[in-house]
Design a binder for this molecule. Structure first.
Ligand code: GYE
Length: 348
């Protein structure tokens, strides 16, 4: 039986110290223990067997996704002692389940899944368990619980942060809100909607006019915004885009219709992901608030795999930390005001 340790961890850069933290060590001991584990991992990889890992990736729909894919290639490299098979499932749920089955047939050592949808995982996860292959669910969440570990972000909290920021910014003024949602059935969509709606429920002066899926893509965001403009022109003052690429599409649609947005415009734009270009638009005052979702998760997944490989206790659940950013001129208790220095310091 695999050994699990239930522990929620906060902070990407703290990913290493979480391991010791779960064991209940003091802060100082945690640091030492972590350093030893890291050294061990580095020493083991070249001399030990190559670890084979299959990653069933969602697709290539967004800048966030591309950064996440690159991060897996960087971390699970031959140099680091891994043989990575990454399958881009092009947002096709059935193809993703087949990808996992192919990893099982090849008897890979570990399977990592960034699940396109929350539903439909029980059977294939049972097959992995029967084959004795540990499964790590990464990035998004699923309905099933027959997997070994999870690494990802708290998308409900991201939605709450967006709502709290809007409440602070509007300070009691009316909001007529359009939402461009992410892919249907994805936990990132469900979580951001749930979180934002929980804040909306506390604001009787806010109305959600409509919400439609833009599938986390720029073209999807543009199409949905074009149709929103046809139906609701002049009736909305807030557009919530559930990722940066949708925001780029929505801005194109508003530019074409002569609708102004951002800090100097008529429409407030909220986005999620805080990838490089999203933060550039935030710095430029075009996106008012961009809530971060950190795509750099492969190091944390690798830490879990190294612990599993060593037969040690590993965290069942690791939360990657996020923050939020607002355009220059906005001060917020919920978000950091963007500067060129912040943008220059971003790795993705
Ligand atoms: O926000 C979006 C991507 O699952 C958190 O998927 C991720 C989301 C991210 O396509 O850009």
């Amino acid at each position: 039986m695999k050994r699990k340790l239930v522990c929620a961890i906060i902070g990407m850069t703290m990913a290493a110290s979480l391991l010791a933290g779960c064991g209940g060590s003091s802060d100082t001991a945690a640091t030492d223990e972590t350093a030893a584990e890291e050294e061990g991992a580095e020493e083991e990889a070249p001399s030990g067997d190559v670890i084979t890992v299959g990653y069933a990736q969602v697709g290539h729909e967004s800048d966030w996704r591309m950064a996440n894919t690159q991060n897996y290639y960087d971390v699970f490299s031959a140099e680091n002692g891994y043989d990575l098979q990454l399958i881009d499932c092009d947002n096709d749920n059935a193809a993703q389940i087949e990808a996992v089955r192919s990893f099982i047939q090849q008897e890979l050592d570990y399977i990592v899944i960034a699940p396109i949808e929350t539903a439909g995982w029980d059977t294939v996860l049972q097959e992995a368990e029967d084959a004795g292959i540990p499964v790590i669910i990464a990035d998004r969440e699923i309905d099933a619980d027959n997997y070994d570990a999870w690494v990802g972000t708290n998308t409900v909290n991201e939605g709450i942060t967006a709502g709290n920021w809007l409440g602070e910014y509007l300070d009691g003024a009316d909001a007529n809100i359009l939402v461009i949602e992410g892919s249907v059935g994805a936990s990132a969509t469900l979580g951001r909607t749930e979180g934002f709606d929980s804040v909306l429920a506390e604001h009787p002066e806010w109305t959600k006019i409509d919400q439609q899926s833009g599938d986390f893509t720029q073209s999807g965001g543009q199409e949905v915004m074009e149709s929103f403009i046809k139906s609701y022109e002049g009736q909305f003052n807030v557009v919530v885009c559930q990722n940066d690429n949708e925001a780029y599409g929505a801005m194109d649609a508003m530019d074409a219709a002569g609708i102004t947005y951002g800090v100097d415009g008529d429409v407030i734009i909220i986005s999620f992901d805080a990838t490089h270009d999203g933060l550039q638009y935030t710095l430029d005052g075009k996106i008012n608030c961009d809530v971060e979702c950190n795509p750099i998760q492969a190091e944390t997944v690798a830490e879990v795999i190294q612990l599993m490989a060593a037969g040690e206790e590993y965290p069942e659940s690791t939360l990657v930390d996020d923050e939020a950013f607002v355009a220059p001129g906005i001060e917020s208790a919920y978000a950091t005001t963007m500067t060129q220095e912040i943008l220059d310091g971003r790795a993705y």
